[in-house]
Write a protein that binds this ligand. Structure first.
Ligand SMILES: [Zn+2]
Length: 390
């Protein structure tokens, strides 16, 4: 058994007592914060992130955050009077056909339902954002100039809308409020072009300007903004609500651009080059593991570090292509060590170890938003893998 020291310090419970003064909060209020941070639309096809048991309309009595939603974690939630468990890994992943209590998944689900505990998973959607699971790993290593290792494409759309010149500032403001115009670290990005629009209001129409059956021309501004596709309904509804025209002339474009802030894995740089042995020692200390499996040392200094929390073997080629000196991930198979082909140092630090700081990430996010609400970290060590040392 290993890692007792880091485990006890990492999993300290932040003790907050539930009091009468605590504001009434629905589970959906908590979930909105999580989903605004990491949209469920960003989860992979095979995933099952989201609300797995319980109802978003329940009043929330407290939140317990964990990497895994196990029976012991749910028991702890019941003891702490938390009716919302937020885990990274979904307790139901492949679907259940029977719920008899014959395995730990079925037992956990039964326990959640019997005890009115909502279980919510924020999984690959949290892997797929720059500030997510991987950023916490990078922070442990002090990486700088971090970016997504394999950005996603075809997530972005562009809206072009034509609006009378004197109304465009107000409409643009509402589009920004609805979530349009974010590019990287820049907010409120847009493009405007002045021009002339024409229209002939037909019988029964109620034109903002002009007369029925008479062609009008109007000084208009064309506004262009981009947004990720999952924000489209809120952005369009803001546009229709705040546009003066009865019929709103607008175009929606599907973009092929990469969405640099979303995707799998991360790559960044150490501030200074270190030896491979120094890096492995750093990993050992920062991730609390005495067992790191890795490929043969290349005898080179390392600076460019690629990483992916959890099982990230599928990104090995991306790490090699981007000239990473090291790729850190977990759950590697025998032949995948061959695939590294001496092009970089490949290191497996363990699945739980790589993702352990995700609990802090979720805790910090919720603590920031809900100062006077009971948000706890689990005290249960959920790692099912043990390492034998004599
Ligand atoms: Zn994982």
């Amino acid at each position: 058994m290993i890692g007792v020291d880091w485990y006890s310090s990492f999993h300290s419970i932040i003790s907050l007592t539930l009091s009468d003064k605590m504001p009434a909060m629905k589970i959906e209020d908590i979930l909105k914060v999580l989903e605004n941070f990491a949209s469920p639309s960003l989860q992979e096809d095979y995933d099952n992130a989201g609300l797995i048991t319980g109802n978003s309309q329940w009043e929330c009595t407290g939140v317990l955050v964990s990497l895994d939603a196990t029976e012991r974690v749910l028991e702890e939630a019941a003891q702490q009077k938390c009716n919302l468990v937020i885990s990274h890994h979904p307790i139901i992943f492949k679907g259940l056909k029977k719920i008899n209590g014959n395995n730990y998944v079925e037992r956990t689900v039964i326990y959640a339902i019997k005890n009115d505990i909502a279980v919510y998973a924020i999984h690959t959607n949290l892997d797929n954002i720059l500030e997510g699971v991987n950023e916490r790993i990078a922070a442990q290593l002090g990486l700088i100039r971090t970016r997504i290792l394999k950005p996603k494409s075809s997530l972005l759309r562009k809206l072009a809308v034509f609006v009378p010149g004197d109304q465009h500032e107000q409409l643009l403001e509402e589009l920004f409020l609805a979530g349009a115009g974010n590019i990287g670290k820049y907010r409120e990005c847009s493009f405007r072009l002045e021009g002339i629009g024409s229209f002939t209001p037909g019988d029964g129409s109620k034109p903002y300007s002009g007369e029925i059956n008479k062609r009008s021309i109007e000084n208009e501004v064309k506004i262009e903004v981009i947004y990720p596709y999952w924000k489209e309904s809120q952005i369009l509804s803001a546009m229709f609500k705040n546009h003066p025209y009865e019929e709103v002339a607008h175009d929606i474009y599907i973009l092929q651009n990469s969405y640099q802030e979303t995707g799998s894995g991360l790559i960044g740089e150490l501030k200074t080059s270190i030896s491979e042995n120094e890096l492995l020692s750093l990993l050992q200390v920062r991730f609390g593991t005495s067992c790191i499996k890795h490929t043969k040392l290349r005898g080179k200094m390392v600076k460019n570090i690629a990483l992916c929390g959890g099982a990230g073997s599928s990104l090995l080629a991306n790490a090699i292509n981007l000239k990473a000196d090291v790729y850190i991930t977990s759950d590697l198979k025998y032949h995948e060590y061959f695939d590294a082909d001496s092009r970089l140092l490949l290191a497996d630090i363990g699945h739980y170890e790589s993702e352990q700081f995700t609990v802090d990430l979720l805790f910090d996010l919720l603590r920031q938003k809900f100062l006077n609400f009971a948000v706890l970290k689990t005290s249960v060590q959920t790692n099912p893998v043990y390492y034998f040392t004599s």
